[in-house]
Every structure is written in structure tokens, then in C-alpha cells.
Design a protein around this ligand. Structure first.
Ligand code: SF4
Length: 264
């Protein structure tokens, strides 16, 4: 026993200092995309439109639309693959290292050259009073590949230690304050999701994690899925990605609960 205790002491403190310090992300991490209209073939060359659609055509989930010739990326559909970045000969799309992606509305999940990206705002005062210090979530796996569930579970490990923020996962929806939903919601999961949602006492929150839970993701054209959580229950927080990095999920949860500094 003494050896175990000594070994544990030698290991020291393993929990990441986030949010005080950002953890180092791997070089290949892809965060929020930046669209540079000045480089896009459709708007460069002194305004001569070239009708380039390479990024639109290469995208596997039809996440890109051209607005006045410039790509606008729907992050609710984006898989961060990033075929569009590779396909663009001008370098007009670049996937940055910015992990902050969560929004409060589906419409805000748009990366383009027009508007500033609207990150999730915290809950209103009444909901903050109820959930601000303790948020229990029931995770619902609604027919995806389990990639998002893996990153959701990572937050419970010693490195991330989600419970230090007052957030934890619970087994029963009756003990939960809300649902965290992954997957596109297969037809087989629709009724289960409704029943689970109804079993959570009001007021309740719903968090959609990953492209599948937001738009159906890579399954979006499949006839036996419903295109995401919002087709069944109202969603309060959208966290895009395929899957989102644990840091992106945690950032979204902490924004919702007003636990990040204004500058973060
Ligand atoms: S990174 Fe996103 S927008 Fe670009 S091609 Fe892949 S899915 Fe489409």
C-alpha cells in the first residue's frame, strides 16, 4: 500500500489547469474555419467573378454555400475533414486552431466572411440560479458512431475532471437537469429520446453534441434518421464537430454556465 501511495504522490497533480491555461492542442487539430474573401477566386482578380465552386463540390455534407461568390460554411453540417481547405487553390479557407465553436442557436453556426461568429451566451438569470452551481446531464446516444460519446466521456477523466465545474453525468433522466445528445436520432431512438426528455424535471436543458446531433452529419441523407436532436426536442446549446474535441465541448458547457472569463 505504501508503494501505491508513494507512486501516487510522485505523479503529482494531473488535472489540466484549464480554463486558467489553455491545454496544448495537437498540430493537426482543426478548429473554427476562417474564410478569406480576398483570396477567393470568385472575388479576387479585380472583382472578375470566376464562378469557382471547388469547395462546394468537394464537401461531403453540403456544408458550404456561396454567398455573393464567397464560401459560407455551416458548422452544424461540417465534418472538419477538411477537403475544402485542400481543394481551394487560393487558400481562401483555412481551419484555425480556435476550439471555441458552441452557439446558442442553429443559425449562429455559420463561418463566413460577413459576420463575427456568435459564441454561446450564458443562461438567463433565472436558469443560472437553478443550474449555475450544479448541472446534471443524462447522455443520450441517439444512433451515431459513438465518436462524440468518447469525447464526452473523456471529460470525466482525471485530466479534465468535469465535476470540478459542478457538471456531472447521471444515469437516470429523473435525476438530471438536462440531456446531452449525440447522434442523428435514428427512427429507433425517436421514442426513447422523447420519453427520456419527458422524464427530466422542468426546467431542463438540451445540448446537442456533434454534427450528427445538429444536422444528421454524415448520415443526413439516410432515410432512417431524423436529422438531429432539434427534430425531436428543443435544443439550448449546439456544439459542432465530428467529433468535437473535449476542449470544445467543455468550452460550450462553461460558456452556457457563465464560468469563463469574458475575454475567453
Ligand atoms: S471541412 Fe467541412 S465544409 Fe470543408 S469539405 Fe469537410 S465537411 Fe465540408
Amino acid at each position: 500500500m505504501i508503494h501505491i501511495l508513494l507512486s501516487r504522490l510522485r505523479q503529482g497533480h494531473r488535472t489540466l489547469p484549464y480554463p486558467r491555461e489553455l491545454p496544448a492542442l495537437p498540430e493537426r487539430f482543426r478548429g473554427r474555419p476562417i474564410v478569406d474573401a480576398s483570396k477567393c477566386a470568385n472575388t479576387s482578380n479585380d472583382g472578375a467573378m470566376e464562378d469557382c465552386r471547388l469547395c462546394v463540390e468537394v464537401c461531403p455534407t453540403e456544408a458550404i454555400a456561396l454567398r455573393e461568390g464567397v464560401p459560407a460554411i455551416d458548422l452544424g453540417k461540417c465534418l472538419f475533414c477538411p477537403e475544402c481547405e485542400s481543394a481551394c487553390p487560393k487558400g481562401a479557407i483555412h481551419y484555425s486552431g480556435d476550439h471555441r465553436l458552441a452557439t446558442r442557436s442553429r443559425e449562429d453556426l455559420m463561418a463566413d466572411n460577413k459576420a463575427e461568429y456568435r459564441l454561446a451566451k450564458k443562461l438567463d438569470a433565472e436558469l443560472m440560479r437553478v443550474f449555475g452551481r450544479s448541472l446534471k446531464l443524462r447522455v443520450v446516444s441517439a444512433g451515431g458512431c459513438n465518436g462524440c460519446e468518447v469525447d464526452v466521456n473523456v471529460l470525466g477523466t482525471i485530466a479534465w475532471d468535469l465535476s470540478r465545474f459542478g457538471i456531472s453525468y447521471v444515469a437516470s433522466p429523473r435525476h438530471a437537469d438536462g440531456l446531452l445528445i449525440c447522434g442523428p436520432v435514428s427512427q429507433n431512438m425517436e421514442e426513447a429520446l422523447r420519453i427520456t426528455y419527458d422524464a427530466v424535471p422542468a426546467p431542463k436543458l438540451v445540448i446537442a453534441v456533434g454534427a450528427c446531433a445538429i444536422s444528421g452529419g454524415p448520415f443526413r441523407s439516410h432515410s432512417e434518421q431524423l436529422g438531429g436532436a432539434a427534430s425531436v426536442v428543443p435544443v439550448d446549446l449546439f456544439i459542432p464537430g465530428c467529433p468535437p474535441h473535449p476542449l470544445t465541448i467543455l468550452d460550450g458547457l462553461l460558456r452556457l454556465l457563465g464560468k469563463l472569463r469574458k475575454s475567453a
